[in-house]
Design a protein. Structure first.
Ligand SMILES: [Zn+2]
Length: 218
């Protein structure tokens, strides 16, 4: 009886920690370069669910702001509310195309997925930028840059508009980051013009997930 109880406890603990590896507070470390971009990543922010590598484009103030953004996202993505919102969204073009691993190699996926699977991919950190896929860590390579657009993701590297980053609220930045992360996972815009997409009822995966966070009530 007692043995059974201990076993049950162990199993439930194992299930509980499966997506809570890492468990560290936010720290900055020296980090190596991302091979496909040959950009030097000088810092990283590590939380329960995120490993964010940064180029030297971040000032100390920027890093502190980003830390708040990531703490917020860390709490949100495992919440019931986030899960409900993602799985209840009817995404337009929920096809996953391909993504890049940390060496810059293309990983073909080409698969239509359900909203449930999209949620799973997010919480499992199903990018190819860590050493292991689906390691429950969302790996993000990030730089701040002067851009004409809000941001973009190329070969696994996310660029964020520097002016926007410094002016925007936490939820706006977090929403944009999750939008770009969905590109990292292999989702694209079939309609390239933002203004046209904004008028469409159904959102594609990057816009849809981004907006869930963007409109989050803190
Ligand atoms: Zn986009």
């Amino acid at each position: 009886m007692i043995n059974g109880l201990i076993k049950a406890l162990l199993v439930s603990t194992l299930l509980l920690v499966s997506c809570r590896v890492n468990g560290q507070s936010i720290t900055f470390n020296k980090s190596k370069s991302i091979e496909q971009q040959q950009r030097l990543l000088v810092d990283s922010i590590i939380t329960d669910h995120f490993n964010i590598r940064l180029t030297k484009s971040f000032t100390q103030t920027d890093k502190l702001k980003l830390k708040e953004v990531i703490s917020f996202l860390d709490a949100v993505i495992l919440s019931d509310e986030f899960k409900k919102k993602v799985i209840n969204t009817d995404f337009r073009d929920s096809r996953r195309y391909y993504m890049r691993n940390y060496k810059g190699e293309k990983i073909q996926i080409q698969k239509k997925v359900s909203s449930n699977q999209i949620f799973e991919q997010i919480v499992n950190g199903d990018d190819a930028l860590g050493k292991v896929r689906a390691d429950c860590i969302l790996d993000i390579y990030l730089e701040l840059k002067s851009l004409d657009i809000r941001g973009g993701a190329k070969k696994g590297m996310i660029s964020t508009n520097l002016e926007n980053f410094r002016q925007e609220s936490l939820t706006q930045i977090a929403g944009n980051l999750m939008h770009e992360y969905m590109h990292v996972l292999g989702y694209v815009h079939k309609v390239s013009r933002r203004k046209v997409r904004d008028r469409l009822d159904k959102k594609d995966v990057p816009d849809g997930v981004g907006q869930i966070i963007y409109n989050w009530k803190e």
